[in-house]
Design a protein around this ligand. Sequence first.
Ligand SMILES: NC(=O)c1ccc[n+]([C@@H]2O[C@H](COP(=O)([O-])OP(=O)(O)OC[C@H]3O[C@@H](n4cnc5c(N)ncnc54)[C@H](OP(=O)(O)O)[C@@H]3O)[C@@H](O)[C@H]2O)c1
Length: 237
Amino acid sequence: MKTVLITGANSGIGFATVQLFLDNNYKVFAHYNQNRNSLESLDNKNLFLVKANLLYMNETEELFKEVMKETERIDVLVNNAGLYMSADTDKDLSIEAFDEVLNVNLKAPFILSKMFIHIMKNFSSGKIINISSIGVKYGGSYSSMFYTISKAALESLTLSLAKEGSKYNILVNAIRVGVTDTDIHKINKNKNMNDRVELIPLRRMAETKEIAEQILFLSSSKNSFMTGSIVTVAGGE
Ligand SMILES: NC(=O)c1ccc[n+]([C@@H]2O[C@H](COP(=O)([O-])OP(=O)(O)OC[C@H]3O[C@@H](n4cnc5c(N)ncnc54)[C@H](OP(=O)(O)O)[C@@H]3O)[C@@H](O)[C@H]2O)c1
């Protein structure tokens, strides 16, 4: 049975990914931070919940250790957890806020990837999928620049890891996710989602399962040659 760790797994894209991987007979380590209610509603013997606040590097390292207590190998790492931040004023664009966004969106994926690649090397096999954003294509807005910068750097990290991983058959890719129907959009109350959807050629948001299907493909044995790719799943944007 293959094993996967999915971060940010209690809601949105992460939760849909958990469900899809369980349906495909993976043993799933589902990471959560504040809430675990959706995960608890899944009654499945192949599901293991692990808590960590990815703002803190020591908790991120602890997450790795907790997973490795339960398994000797991990086949797939999905760095999905993401912190979106939109500043109301220039004062909100503080160094502290910048650090928080970078910690969750960039440094935690870096730490987890580095630690899990070390394990994957022993088996000459592994997949890492980083969840980026279509915002990177457009530069994002001024108020949410920390988020967009973190995702641009995550894409850069993906390319670096893919180079190292390719020596050991570890394939590393990122998905540039377009507007998807999740709670992350509730954070910016000033954003008019109808206007935003009008910019998407398909004229609708993605459903979480549509993103999860792409994550599953990149994780599966069907993907044997794609690495260092930034895949856009954004309805034509
Ligand atoms: N939805 C979109 O339109 C869209 C577009 C582009 C990219 N994305 C990316 O897709 C990924 C999933 O987001 P989503 O749309 O599914 O939204 P979501 O349901 O709000 O999921 C975000 C997840 O990140 C976790 N997270 C946030 N801060 C954390 C922290 N300090 N420590 C640990 N976990 C933390 C949250 O866990 P807690 O709630 O427990 O803190 C939550 O599970 C994110 O990386 C996001 O940037 C989404």
